[in-house]
Design a protein around this ligand. Structure first.
Ligand code: AMP
Length: 216
């Protein structure tokens, strides 16, 4: 099953994607994670993307699409995937359909995680991310059992450089500019389901799993 998680930065896409991937035994594909790996490894793509990411802007569609196309060549997507952070523009949604069509598959379910701006600012400026497995924690709302250490895998936790308030607000603006066209695109395809993402993450996870089961 091919699942896309949509929503503003900080809506909990990463948290849900990690849990969903574990529950459904599907790979979690995050374009933000792949870009950050490239930045860390100082690849050509990483060098092109770093400044853009630090400003909270979008990396050009063509760069992200070719990166994703390459990721989809990995055999682990045979049973499906959880896509997090892509598409972010209408053009990306079209490119995704084209990439998947070449593989005779399509997006099955699009879950839109809806959250208020102030909740997002609080979540992101206090977010801690595992450098090893990508799991998310929060300084006050969801602290790890041991300071600086991931509960799931023991990896070290860090704060993302784009999780500072000015950049978070910019990312929100960028997101809002594009999201209505994406909502329209997936509503027309009859694939979009909106969920209130301010609830407990386990409740939201259960709702997404229910939606996916209803499609089987
Ligand atoms: P994320 O981890 O999804 O919040 O993404 C972090 C940053 O990576 C974004 O603010 C963008 O600069 C970049 N990025 C991630 N996914 C995309 C995408 N689909 N298109 C363009 N830029 C992206």
């Amino acid at each position: 099953m091919q699942i896309v998680l949509l929503g503003p930065p900080g809506a909990g896409k990463g948290t849900q994607a990690v849990r969903l991937a574990k529950a459904m035994q599907l790979p979690h594909i995050s374009t933000g994670d792949i870009l950050r790996q490239n930045v860390k490894a100082d690849t050509q793509l990483g060098q092109q993307a770093k400044g853009i990411m630090d400003k909270g802007l979008l990396v050009p569609d063509a760069l992200v699409a070719s990166m994703l196309d390459e990721r989809f060549n990995n055999a682990d997507i045979k049973k499906g995937f959880i896509l997090d952070g892509y598409p972010r523009t209408l053009a990306q949604a079209g490119m995704l359909d084209q990439i998947l069509m070449k593989k005779n598959i399509a997006v099955d379910l699009v879950v839109y995680l809806d959250t208020a701006d102030e909740v997002i600012i609080k979540r992101l400026t206090g977010r801690l991310v595992c450098s090893k497995c990508g799991a998310n924690f929060h300084i006050t709302n969801m602290p790890p059992k041991e300071k600086g250490i991931c509960d799931n895998c023991g990896g070290s936790l860090y704060q993302r450089t784009d999780d500072v308030e000015t950049t978070v607000r910019k990312r929100l603006d960028v997101y809002k500019n594009e999201v209505s066209s994406l909502i329209e695109f997936y509503t027309k395809q009859n694939k979009l389901h909106k969920l209130a993402a301010d609830l407990d993450p386990q409740i939201v996870l259960g709702q997404i799993i229910d939606l996916s089961r209803a499609l089987k």
